[in-house]
Design a protein around this ligand. Structure first.
Ligand code: SAH
Length: 216
């Protein structure tokens, strides 16, 4: 089976699993996942599975990417922040559905690879920063939407403060004593509404920058 046939099969699988947002499906159709997956896993690029990338990190399962993207309720004029660029796959999908995407990755090697992919795909509305995303991007705040693609251990108040009123934030979180869930937080005039969406396993959201031994 060639890449296109595999991609179509994956899109059908996502529909079958309940992904119905046509904007999200067409963004996923436009982004070649094989470009974001290491050489050794090329034949699995369009399987509905998480795959390893450099620096001990992962590229998320297509279904999780689709569901989290749909849950963000994106609009074409929105300014969006992603924490945890990783391979850049989720960022590429988001960039087709918003006005400008800001994305932060703490591993320099991953960030450089992702940046090269954005250039190759001519995704000129993505702005990438190498840094600690747990501090957000205060110079660009407020954001209409924030998505965190690494698992937080507590409510990220710093990020919530950078969300516009009426804004939505999606993140995997496992607060002490609670199981890991992807949640949707909505910032309202009087506070924050919280809604649990699904189970998922993500690599942890870490503080600070990596030590050399961690692999850049
Ligand atoms: N969205 C990615 C999935 C990335 S996995 C994709 O589509 O491929 C999570 C990423 O978050 C990893 O690359 C990890 O290095 C990064 N990360 C973890 N903690 C971070 C932090 N505090 N700031 C920025 N990036 C972080």
């Amino acid at each position: 089976m060639n890449g296109d046939a595999r991609k179509i099969r994956l899109l059908m699988e996502l529909r079958k699993q309940g992904v119905s947002d046509t904007g999200v499906l067409s963004a996923m159709e436009r982004v070649p996942r094989e470009l974001f997956v290491p050489e050794a896993f090329q034949d699995q690029a369009y399987e509905n599975i998480t795959l390893p990338i450099d620096a001990g990190q992962t590229i998320s399962q297509p279904q999780i990417v689709a569901e989290m993207t749909a849950a963000l309720e994106l609009g074409p004029r929105m300014k969006v922040l992603e924490i945890g660029t990783g391979s850049g796959y989720q960022a590429a999908i988001l960039s087709h559905l918003c006005r400008r995407l800001y994305t932060i990755e703490r591993h320099r090697t991953l960030a450089k690879e992702a940046e090269a992919r954005f250039a190759e795909l001519r995704l000129s509305n993505i702005v990438l920063q190498i840094g600690d995303g747990s501090q957000g991007w205060p110079q660009q705040a407020p954001f209409d939407r924030i998505i965190v693609t690494a698992q937080a251990a507590m409510m990220p108040d710093v990020l919530l403060a950078q969300l516009r009123e009426g804004g939505v934030m999606i993140l995997p979180i496992a607060e002490s004593g609670r199981e890991q869930k992807v949640v949707r937080l909505r910032r309202t005039a009087d506070g924050v509404e919280r809604e649990a969406l699904m189970d998922a396993r993500f690599v942890p959201l870490l503080n600070g920058m990596p030590a050399a031994a961690e692999g850049g």
